[in-house]
Design a protein around this ligand. Structure first.
Ligand code: NDP
Length: 448
């Protein structure tokens, strides 16, 4: 009899398993694929490696202004994929050793819930006091004619070769990140988003700034572009919009969202309530409608972000086997979009703040970074601070520019500590950096 059986060895499942075991629980984790889940195998990690690869093209170009001369090296996709595969295998091994060292039993196969205390994996029936569902999400594509001709993000990490032309449908994280990545690697990109401006939910200045930067880099950003159907012709794949517009490419990527991975788990048959999209419904303690079954991570449809799954897994393990009384805090979660340039954000956008607060003060800076005085590149960096005018507290920081994620991470600490604009003003800048702009902006933007 196990104390805990987790289904899914992604970020949330592995963290929860490891902590539970370290607190003395007898734990098993069931996983059909490689250890580490989406983030390690077909998400954050390989995406970031590809993103580094994509930046080199620009860096080679920029280096000329600093005196570097000579032929630009050629890019080899196969080499990048092989190097990425080697790194992912290394990480899979680290996950395995980490779990084994913690005393967690790893069971390879697909887990099916057979009752409140039973999980079947093939011929094995595991008995357990509690079950945690941590099966994540998978790409969802709209039901349009020709959808089977399109790729989803899972396919991108093993593409045999880079296409010459690619259409990317969607305007969320995956669409814009891969538009930047593939454009940086030399693919002609058509980014087709159904709304007026991609990255809904992010600050509008940053979204507009990113669209401009993408266009400068030769990405064809078409907004709005509705999706009617995809057709295979002798010249390639043709994406049709309802208004008759068409785009012809070699590959189409559908980046239209992700839905919970609960099919085949048999959850509803045992009384676990699911959302209409198939997400597992949980309370503040990650408990489902069945008192012995819990769920964490993307599958509960709160925030589809690895650090959030890690946080949820930590809280749950401590509450089940440790001191208890912990709650996951979802306030002010910082996030980054790994486009070129990066975009990162914490707290409220200007739009949100104006909607929710009476008195909002905005500081905005839009400048050309020092590096580009010599590189000659016409790239803007945008920074923005959103302040509650009544309390002087900084309630949002937003940036588009190189290393935005690295910079916003520190500001997220300040925001969580309740820093005011006066605290920002009192902070000495680090010169010369772009980041110092966050502590030197003094003149608010006029309220419109
Ligand atoms: P998102 O939910 O972020 O974006 C989906 C996009 O698809 C939206 O632009 C949406 O448009 C559009 N869309 C939805 N339905 C249709 C349709 N029927 N036709 C055309 N377009 C459609 O999903 P992603 O797949 O990009 O990413 C999933 C999640 O994974 C993210 O939300 C994020 O939480 C996580 N992620 C995080 C990353 C990071 O931290 N850097 C990187 C990658 C993923 P609309 O806006 O109009 O609804």
């Amino acid at each position: 009899m196990f104390d805990l059986v987790l289904i899914g060895a992604g970020s949330g499942g592995v963290r929860c398993a490891r902590i539970a075991a370290s607190l003395g629980a007898k734990v098993a984790v069931v996983e059909a694929g490689p250890l580490g889940g989406t983030c390690v195998n077909i998400g954050c990690v390989p995406k970031k490696l590809f993103s580094y690869a994509a930046q080199y093209g620009e860096n080679f170009e920029d280096s000329a202004g600093f005196g570097w001369q000579g032929e630009r090296p050629e890019f080899n996709w196969r080499k990048l994929v092989d190097a990425k595969d080697t790194e992912i295998l290394r990480l899979n091994g680290i996950y395995q050793r980490m779990l084994e060292k913690a005393g967690v039993t790893i069971i390879n196969g697909r887990g099916v819930v057979e009752g409140p205390h039973k999980v079947r994996v093939g011929d094995h029936l595991l008995e357990t006091r509690r079950i945690v569902v941590a099966t994540g999400c998978k790409p969802w594509v709209p039901d349009v004619p020709g959808r089977e001709l399109a790729l989803v993000s899972d396919d991108l990490f093993t593409l045999p070769e880079l296409p010459k032309r690619m259409a990317i449908i969607g305007g969320g994280y995956i669409a814009v990140e891969f538009a930047s990545i593939f454009a940086g690697l030399g693919v002609e990109i058509e980014l087709l988003y159904r709304g007026d401006l991609f990255l809904r939910g992010f600050d509008r200045d940053l979204r507009a700034g990113l669209a401009e930067e993408m266009r400068k880099r030769g990405i064809s950003v078409r907004m709005p572009f509705g999706l009617e159907r995809i057709e295979k012709t002798s010249t390639g794949l043709v994406v049709h919009a309802p208004n008759g517009d068409t785009v012809t490419v070699d590959q189409v990527l559908m980046a239209t969202g992700r839905l919970p991975n609960t099919a085949g788990l048999n959850l509803e048959a045992h009384g676990v309530s699911l959302s209409k999209e198939g997400g597992v419904l949980v309370d503040d303690d990650f408990l489902t409608s069945v008192p012995s079954i819990y769920a964490i991570g993307d599958v509960i449809q709160r925030e589809q972000l690895t650090p959030v799954a890690l946080g949820e897994g930590t809280v749950l393990a401590h509450n089940l086997f440790g001191d208890g009384g912990r709650r996951m805090d979802y306030a002010d979660i910082p996030t980054a979009v790994f486009t070129t340039p990066n975009l990162s954000t914490v707290g409220m956008t200007e739009g949100e703040a104006r909607h929710r607060r009476e008195n909002v003060v905005i500081y905005r800076s839009n400048f050309r970074a020092m590096k580009h005085t010599l590189s000659g590149r016409d790239e803007r960096t945008i920074m923005k601070i959103v302040v509650d005018g009544d309390t002087n507290r900084v309630i949002g920081c937003h940036m588009m520019g190189p290393a935005a994620g690295e910079i916003i991470q520190g500001l997220a600490v300040a925001i969580r500590c309740g820093a005011t604009k006066a605290d920002f003003d009192r902070t000495i800048g680090i010169h010369p950096t772009a980041a110092e702009e966050f502590v030197t902006m003094r003149t608010p933007v006029a309220n419109d």
